[in-house]
Structures are given as structure tokens and as C-alpha cells.
Design a protein around this ligand. Structure first.
Ligand code: ATP
Length: 349
């Protein structure tokens, strides 16, 4: 059982704010992903939970007990880092066993626990090898097993897949999700990769410049981004965003005109829509333009075009073909549009 509460947790170095008043309760057994661009404060948040960094303000509680002043070794958390620092002269077995020795777990339990942890990450055949005799993915799995063997209540994982190639990332990702489910551990996972976040998380926390932008399930964040930062960060491609003016329910920007928007707001706005919600159209449509580029995705074709002073993407059928420079139009019905305040970036509807 491990419910983690962060109550207005902050980190400052002099006048620089690395993390600003992070306030969230992470449920027992939840898989929470901290997502955001480089430098947004993800790692610092994790390090404060692990006890590797002191919080400048606020309280960190595990199951209702304040742990701010506990030593890292006395916190029941296991961390997996991006750089997985294995001991080069120890074989896989001893690397995995190491945390048990350090924590004074009775010798009689070691063998069982190492074997169970290594089986979970499918390393049973490699126990006698040294780290240098393993592939990058296998080494990463040793690091995972070393965290698993402790049977902690909390896993903290900081970009644990970033050194793996694309294929291995996908399979190890599934393995991590499965492990946290099987071990019933509360997991906090840091990544800047939004696909990783969407596939792993029960809830995602999107951060920017030390400030939490939105907390929600992957679907909530994808379907209802709280502001233009989240809209522009989530999705592949991210949401199309265009600046323009809203007047009596009609959005206008250069050659674009989208009527039928139901909002009382008038004035400058940012309008957003997702590439897969719009369609490339021949007849009447809201944006006429020239094709800027065409990307074949296999299951679809991504058409990008210039519109309203920016480049927008529209997903089309897999067999759709046009040339760069061809005239094309996009149909962007009001029903697929998201509206944001032009100055604050906050969602309007
Ligand atoms: P990345 O994805 O690049 O690891 P991150 O979101 O994990 O980024 P953090 O490592 O948490 O970012 O850093 C947050 C901010 O705090 C950054 O701007 C960083 O430069 C700053 N920072 C981190 N450690 C210190 C420190 N010891 N002193 C001063 N500033 C620091």
C-alpha cells in the first residue's frame, strides 16, 4: 500500500524555480507519468520524492506519513534511471542481488528473490554474464530487476527506456506496465516522450517550466487539453493551432473561415484541431491552400499545407496522393475545433 501525497512541493535554487507548488495525490497502485520538455522539472520532482533532493517548500507524504526528512535509504522507493550504472565486475546475479545485501535482507531469501526478479524480466539465462556481455536492452532489464528485487511499494522511473532502440522500447514498455501491475506497485515514471506517456499512464501530469499544466487520464488530456501548451505537446502530430479572430461564432484567419462555433466569446483566439479529425476535401471547405509536404505513414497519408500563416496537418486515406504545390482544401467543421484564449492560452470551451 503506498499512496503518495505531494502538497505544494517546490524546489528553488536562489531565485530560480525548478518546481512550483506541485500539488497532487497519487493513488495506491497508480501508474503516474510526468511528461514535459527538457528542463520542465520532472527529474527534480522525482528526486525530491526519492530523497535525493530536499524540497524547498511543501510536504511529501506516503500513506499519510511525512517523509521530507527521511534518508533516501529509509524511503520504501526503488529508482530506475536512464543511465543504469551496473557494477561491471559483478555478474547479473550479483548485480540484481546487491540491493538485498545493502539492506540487510536475510541471506536465505536472496536466491529466491533474485530468481523471481530475473524471471520477471526474462533474464534467467543471463545470470552468469557480466554487464559488458549483454546488449543495451538486457542491461536495462538488469536495472529493472534490481529495482524489482527490493519489492518496494513505490517505483520511480526516470526515462528508463531512453537508451534503447525503437523496437526494444516498445517491448520493454509493455514489460514495465506488466510488472507494475503484477507487483501492485505505485509507479511514477518520467518521460519527455508523449507516446510513452499515453501508452503507460493511468494519469499523466503535463509540466512546463516547473509548473503543472494539466493532470488527467491520457484520453482527457488528448481530447480536452487545458491550454495551448498541452495541445501543442500531446499527439503525433500535435494539435494544429491557428491564431485568428472570433466574431459571432465565426473564426476568421487569412483564407480560413469556420462558422458555427458555439461560444459567447468574441475577439482574438487560438483555434485548434487534430489532423485526424479534419479531412482533405475537394468541394466546399474552410481552408484552400497548396500542399507543403506529404508524408506516407503506411496506414494513412499526412498532408501538410500552409494556412493562416502557419503549417497545418490533415490526415488522409492511405492511398491519397498529391504533389507538393498542388491546390488542396481542408474541411475543418466547427464540431472538431478547440478554442483557446489568445493571450493566456487557456481553453475557452
Ligand atoms: P530533462 O528531460 O532534460 O531531464 P527535466 O524536466 O527532468 O529535464 P530537471 O532536471 O528537473 O528537468 O530540471 C528542472 C530545471 O531545474 C532545469 O531548468 C534545470 O536546469 C534546473 N536545475 C536542475 N538542477 C539544478 C541545480 N542543482 N541547480 C540549479 N538549477 C538546477
Amino acid at each position: 500500500m503506498a499512496e503518495i501525497q505531494l502538497r505544494n512541493v517546490s524546489k528553488r535554487w536562489g531565485s530560480f524555480v525548478g518546481v512550483k507548488e506541485f500539488d497532487l495525490t497519487i493513488a495506491d497502485q497508480e501508474f503516474l507519468v510526468l511528461l514535459g520538455p527538457s528542463g520542465c522539472g520532472k527529474t527534480t520532482t522525482m528526486r525530491m520524492i526519492a530523497g535525493l533532493e530536499d524540497a524547498s517548500g511543501g510536504d511529501i507524504l506516503v500513506d499519510g506519513k511525512r517523509i521530507n526528512d527521511l534518508d533516501p535509504k529509509d524511503r520504501d522507493v526503488a529508482m530506475v534511471f536512464q543511465s543504469y550504472a551496473l557494477y561491471p565486475n559483478m555478474n547479473v546475479y550479483d548485480n540484481i542481488r546487491f540491493p538485498l545485501k545493502v539492506r540487510g535482507v536475510p541471506q536465505s531469501e536472496h536466491d529466491d528473490r533474485v530468481k523471481r526478479a530475473s524471471a520477471m524480466v526474462e533474464l534467467d539465462e543471463f545470470l552468469h554474464r557480466k554487464p559488458a556481455e549483454l546488449s543495451g536492452g538486457q542491461r536495462q532489464r538488469v536495472a529493472l530487476a534490481r529495482a524489482v528485487v527490493r519489492e518496494p511499494n513505490v517505483f520511480l522511473m526516470d526515462e528508463p527506456l531512453s537508451n534503447l532502440d525503437a523496437k526494444l522500447r516498445v517491448s520493454t514498455r509493455a514489460q514495465i506496465k506488466n510488472l507494475s501491475h503484477e507487483l501492485k506497485t505505485t509507479t511514477i515514471y518520467v518521460t519527455h516522450d508523449q507516446i510513452e506517456a499515453m501508452t503507460l499512464a493511468d494519469r499523466v501530469v503535463v509540466m512546463n517550466k516547473g509548473v503543472v499544466q494539466q493532470v488527467g487520464t491520457p484520453t482527457e488530456i488528448y481530447d480536452n487539453p487545458a491550454n495551448t501548451f498541452v495541445a501543442g505537446f500531446i499527439g503525433s502530430p500535435a494539435m494544429n493551432l491557428m491564431d485568428g479572430v472570433l466574431e459571432n461564432g465565426t473564426f476568421t484567419a487569412e483564407n480560413i473561415n469556420i462558422p458555427g462555433l458555439t461560444t459567447g466569446h468574441n475577439g482574438p483566439v487560438t483555434l485548434g484541431f487534430r489532423a485526424e479529425d479534419a479531412t482533405v476535401a475537394d468541394g466546399q471547405s474552410q481552408a484552400n491552400s497548396q500542399v507543403y509536404s506529404l508524408e506516407l505513414l503506411g496506414e494513412a497519408t499526412m498532408v501538410t499545407m500552409r494556412a493562416a500563416g502557419t503549417i497545418i496537418s490533415v490526415k488522409s486515406g492511405k492511398d491519397y496522393r498529391v504533389d507538393i504545390g498542388d491546390s488542396v482544401s481542408a474541411s475543418i467543421p466547427a464540431s472538431i475545433c478547440h478554442l483557446f484564449d489568445a493571450s493566456t492560452g487557456d481553453r475557452l470551451t
